[in-house]
Ligand binder design. Sequence first.
Ligand code: ATP
Ligand code: MG
Length: 230
Amino acid sequence: PISELQGRVKLENVTFGYESDRPALKGINLDVEAGLSVALVGHTGSGKSTIVNLICRFYDTVEGRVLIDGQDVRDVTIDSLRSQIGIVLQDTFIFSGTIRENIRYGRPDATDAEIEAAARAVRAHDFIVDLPSGYDTEVEERGNALSVGQRQLLSFARALLADPRILVLDEATASIDTETELRIQEALSTLLQGRTSFIVAHRLSTIRHADCIVVLDHGEIMEMGNHDEL
Ligand code: ATP
Ligand code: MG
């Protein structure tokens, strides 16, 4: 198991294909210091989601190595790995139950006060208390009654409460209004603080936030640097 994780993530000469003939990633080298945030950008199919899939060890047939704190992710148990990585996917996972239960998902022992604190920190509290039964409002599976922005903020509250050392986030592509975007950006900077994070970024505002931007093209890294350098 991984204990006392720092959160340094390294991809060492990583080549990977879903189908054997066509690699989705080719010779990727990436070394991310603990606590830094990386924005992954590039055209559709360039390999952004594949990078985060491999960090989460959704696939094992990797050439090269994916290392967390110097340890190959294949040498640790899936459970201990996943307990250290917070995952916020594009299609935010919301199940039928109350808002409270949805935020508590990764931390079953969390108190109501902790849940509210997390929701406040990511600016989700205001919309939650405006719902018919506040934190006890029942949402349907897939969260259909909530807007895209609200779902995203809810998933941020969930991730913040779980407090992982490493965060992986596939940003929602759906269009949201300027005010919600601003709110999400503020929430995001709170969420990123002190963790190593990989964000598949679709918004320029998110990209500006990142310590490092990685530009992918056809499974290869084309450019790497911060917003001012690129
Ligand atoms: P997008 O912006 O559209 O999400 P992406 O940069 O995340 O694109 P990936 O999903 O990493 O792209 O895909 C990289 C390559 O791998 C593409 O050629 C894609 O068709 C292929 N691919 C992705 N997922 C699978 C899968 N589950 N099975 C087979 N091929 C896949
Ligand atoms: Mg993708």
